[in-house]
Unconditional design. Structure first.
Length: 149
């Protein structure tokens, strides 16, 4: 969703873009995001983490977003991911986090990167989009079967 219009191609191709933005905007519960992420193949998980890292950079994440993101992700400050996100150049650290391979690290990486995107995008929306913007991903809404009944 970051680059383009989901109606231009198949909806399945856009699902990760939409899902990640819905999670970051808290339009979907984290538990639903974790369930979705765990249903992906190892390769799809790796691609999703790289995509999330890219979204964080686009949202202008900074090292100062680290402590709040760690708190939101429910990680200990001493965990490897928590240390990485608060040290060094943020773009490099996000790439390292997205590249971790053990399953439990991928899941923690997912939670942390969603939290980083949430924090960075909230700031971006307040500073640059408060009077409206052209970002399609800022106009998402979740349609659930219960809502349409």
């Amino acid at each position: 969703m970051v680059n383009g219009d989901p109606s231009a191609t198949g909806a399945c191709e856009w699902l990760p873009y939409i899902t990640l933005n819905e999670l970051a905007q808290e339009l979907r519960p984290t538990s639903q995001g974790i369930e979705w992420f765990e249903s992906l193949s190892t390769e799809e998980q790796s691609n999703t983490l790289r995509l999330l890292s890219h979204f964080c950079i686009q949202a202008r994440a900074t090292a100062e977003d680290g402590p709040e993101s760690i708190r939101r992700a429910g990680l200990r400050a001493t965990h490897t991911l928590a240390v990485l996100i608060t040290r060094g150049r943020i773009d490099q650290q996000l790439g390292k986090i997205a590249s971790l391979t053990p399953h439990d690290e991928r899941l923690k990486s997912f939670r942390l990167l969603i939290a980083v995107l949430t924090v960075a995008d909230e700031r971006r929306r307040e500073r640059f989009c408060s009077d409206g913007c052209g970002h399609a991903w800022h106009r998402l809404s979740v349609h659930t079967p219960e809502a349409s009944a």
